[in-house]
Design a protein around this ligand. Structure first.
Ligand code: NAP
Length: 305
């Protein structure tokens, strides 16, 4: 495939950035990949595994001369990074991010960017519970959705950036920021909070059950523990910045939970059966859409943390 951007700067070198680096190499769409991370430890690992063509010490240095800059840090860190890189951005560069929340990133980053750059927020709907520069792999985005939130950006630049994500294996859709945040609250953010809660409840009960929670861990609970092992900083920021949509979905969740609780108390088997029949159909829809498999780690090694 032909080069799409001559120089790409990745700010933050965790799961998503390292997967992007591998996928860019696989597709041959970046002339040069420059990376940076906050800590010397992460930069040293990235050097050691040759994740990028160049690793530099600061975000401002990384963006110099870059045609595409992608912010791959937690949502709560985006504003400080934007402030730091703004004076060093190349005129005409495309600035994007991979944050899991879009309205908050637009509000945090947009005001700091100079005239003449193109801001195209994005969110690849792909991930694992692993973090750090060793956790990435080229196949992470294959057949996953990447949502672009162009927010009025130049159509030609958006089309090129769409092609870039397609070259990394993703299917691309455009969405308005608030709609994205509501959809993700239902499909990702609230489910993560529920998983964190369920694992927390089991942990509280551990004194009663000793190690039985771990010993007899059944499929349902095991799945929750995998989700609840996700990066604490990333998820703290998701809930702090997608507050309204998450609270809206949690409100609805609580109402449904009370209805199921009542059905159990009243012995209303018909209600339970109807409910589970409806949810089973949703699972079938996901399988039919080819979105049921978790991308495997392909033995790329353990995560940093
Ligand atoms: P990660 O593996 O934990 O890596 C995060 C990177 O950000 C690290 O390089 C870290 O630097 C850096 N960082 C953390 N706090 C920072 C701060 N305050 N200032 C500057 N840099 C900081 O994270 P990730 O999973 O790749 O997530 C990155 C972004 O992608 C997040 O915005 C997240 O919402 C989004 N996202 C994640 C997933 C997922 O499933 N993981 C999926 C889609 C989108 P050090 O290593 O030096 O600490």
């Amino acid at each position: 495939m032909a080069v799409i951007y001559d120089r790409v700067a990745l700010i933050g070198l965790g799961l998503i950035a390292s997967s992007m680096a591998h996928a860019m190499r696989r597709a041959g769409v970046a002339g040069e990949i420059v990376g940076t991370a906050r800590s010397a430890e992460t930069r040293a690992i990235a050097e050691e595994i040759k994740l990028c063509d160049r690793i530099v010490a600061s975000a401002a240095e990384a963006v110099e001369g870059a045609d595409l800059v992608v912010l791959c840090v937690p949502v709560g860190a985006m504003e400080a990074v934007a402030r730091e890189i703004a004076p060093a951005l190349k005129p005409g560069a495309v600035i994007s991010d991979v944050g899991s929340v879009k309205r908050a990133v637009i509000e945090a980053v947009g005001p700091h960017l100079p005239e003449g750059v193109h801001f195209i927020p994005a969110h690849p709907l792909a991930g694992t519970e692993h973090s750090g520069p060793r956790s990435g792999f080229a196949e992470l985005f294959d057949n996953r959705w990447c949502i672009l939130v162009p927010d009025g950006a130049d159509a030609t630049q958006v089309a090129t950036y769409r092609g870039y994500w397609e070259s990394l294996g993703a299917n691309v859709e455009e969405m308005e920021a608030d709609h994205h945040d509501l959809v993700l609250a239902v499909t990702s953010h609230a489910p993560h909070l529920i998983a964190y809660t369920m694992v927390g409840v089991a942990d509280d009960l551990r004194r009663v059950t000793d190690s039985e929670v771990i010993k007899y861990s059944a499929a349902g609970f095991r799945d929750f523990t995998r989700i609840a092992a996700s990066d604490p900083t990333m998820w703290r920021d998701v809930f702090l910045t997608n507050k309204d949509a998450t609270l809206e979905i949690l409100g609805r969740f609580t109402e449904e939970l009370f209805a199921l609780q009542r059905a159990i108390r009243m012995g209303d088997g018909a209600h339970l059966h109807d409910y589970f029949t409806r949810t089973r159909a949703i699972r079938r829809g996901i399988i039919e859409a080819g979105q049921d498999t978790d991308a495997p780690n392909f033995g790329r090694g353990p995560s940093k943390r």
